[in-house]
Design a binder for this molecule. Structure first.
Ligand code: EAX
Length: 324
C-alpha cells in the first residue's frame, strides 16, 4: 500500500473544504418581524428550498425583527447590493415601483381568496415585471395580511370613532389618503419606531395585520383592536440584481420555485394567526371589536376612490375587483 504523508492528506482535506466552502454563497435576508412570524416562516421556507435545490451552493443568514432597519431602508439596501434579500410588505414599495401602489387601495380586495388570486394571476405577475428596471428583482409575492386598527383611546366601529386619532401609517400615500377620509390624522413612520411611539403616546394607534400585531406584542401598548380589515397588505420577496446576475439559469429556476413555496408557507402562517391570534390578543388584554360598520368605512372612501381612479385608471381598479 502506497504511504501518503500526513501533510499531503491534510492539504487534500483543506483543498476540498476550501473548494466546497468557496461554492457556498450565504445570502443575507432581512424582514420586519420575528423569525417565528409569518415573514420568518416564509423566509425560512425560501431559504430551505434554495439550499436544497442548489445542493448547498446557496444558503441564508436571517436578519429578523428589523435588525437591518425599516422596510424602506432594506429595499434601498437590496437596490444598492448591500443586502441580498428582503421579505417586505408593499408599504414603502410604491416609492420605488409606483405601479405597485394600486394594490394598496383600501377595501380593494374582498377577502384572502380574492387577493391571492389577483397576486398569483396575470395582474400580480405583471407587476413583478416592473421591478428590474428599478434595480430590483421581484422573485414573487408573499403576504402580510388584511390590516386592522389598534389604538389606546377607544373602540372603533365606524369612521367617526376613528376620527381625530393620530395613527401611525406606513410610508404609503395611498393608505394615508384613504385614512384621512376616515378623519384619521396619518403619521407615516418606519416600522422599527412604532412600538416606542405607541408606548410614549406619540401616536394613539396604528394599523397592521394580526400576524404583525401578535409578533410585535402590540397588546402591551394598545388596548383596543377593531377588525376593520381596511387594506389587504401584500408582501414581496425582493432580491439584489448583483446576486441574480451571478445565479446560473438552473439555480434561477430553483429561486423562483422557492419563492412560490415561501408564499404557500407564509400564507398558511397568516391563516393560522388570523384563526388563533385574535383570541390570544384578547387573552393578552386587548378589547376586540369583531364587527365594524364596513359600509360606513367604504362610503367614507367614495370621494377618494374618484382620486384613485384618476391615478390608476378606473378600468384597472375594476379589473382587480372583477377577479373571481
Ligand atoms: O411588514 O410597516 C408596517 O406596518 C408593516 O406592516 C410591517 O413592517 C410588516
Amino acid at each position: 500500500m502506497k504511504f501518503v504523508p500526513a501533510f499531503a492528506l491534510a492539504a487534500t482535506a483543506l483543498a476540498f473544504s476550501l473548494g466546497a466552502a468557496a461554492q457556498t454563497t450565504t445570502l443575507k435576508i432581512g424582514y420586519a418581524t420575528t423569525k417565528e412570524s409569518h415573514y420568518g416562516v416564509g423566509s425560512t421556507a425560501f431559504c430551505d428550498e434554495i439550499e436544497k435545490g442548489t445542493s448547498g451552493r446557496y444558503k441564508c443568514q436571517h436578519f429578523p425583527s428589523s435588525a437591518l432597519g425599516g422596510e424602506r431602508e432594506m429595499i434601498e439596501a437590496v437596490q444598492i447590493g448591500t443586502l441580498d434579500l428582503v421579505n417586505t410588505s408593499t408599504g414603502p414599495v410604491g416609492n420605488f415601483v409606483p405601479e405597485v401602489r394600486i394594490v394598496d387601495i383600501p377595501f380593494l380586495f374582498r377577502d384572502y381568496d380574492h387577493a391571492r388570486k389577483v397576486m398569483d394571476g396575470p395582474i400580480g405577475q405583471d407587476l413583478l415585471t416592473k421591478f428590474p428596471s428599478k434595480g430590483i428583482v421581484a422573485l414573487g409575492w408573499t403576504e402580510n395580511g388584511f390590516r386592522h386598527m389598534t389604538n389606546s383611546k377607544r373602540d372603533i366601529v365606524k369612521p367617526a370613532d376613528a376620527s381625530g386619532l393620530k395613527m401611525r401609517t406606513m410610508e404609503n400615500k395611498v393608505h394615508m389618503e384613504g385614512y384621512r377620509a376616515f378623519g384619521i390624522q396619518p403619521t407615516p413612520m418606519a416600522f422599527p419606531e412604532v412600538f416606542g411611539a405607541l408606548q410614549q403616546g406619540t401616536v394613539d394607534g396604528q394599523e397592521n395585520p394580526i400576524p404583525v400585531i401578535l409578533a410585535s406584542k402590540f397588546s402591551q401598548v394598545q388596548k383596543h383592536l377593531s377588525l376593520t380589515g381596511h387594506v389587504y397588505s401584500p408582501a414581496l420577496l425582493l432580491l439584489s440584481p448583483k446576486v441574480w446576475s451571478k445565479v446560473s439559469d438552473a439555480d434561477k429556476k430553483v429561486f423562483l420555485e422557492a419563492a412560490k413555496k415561501a408564499a404557500v408557507a407564509q400564507r398558511k402562517k397568516v391563516n393560522d394567526d388570523e384563526n388563533n391570534g385574535i383570541a390570544q390578543l384578547e387573552k393578552d388584554g386587548m378589547k376586540v371589536i369583531r364587527t365594524v360598520d364596513g359600509n360606513a368605512f367604504r362610503d367614507a372612501l367614495k370621494p377618494v376612490y374618484a382620486n384613485y381612479a384618476k391615478e390608476f385608471g378606473a378600468d384597472n381598479i375594476k379589473k382587480i375587483q372583477d377577479v373571481r
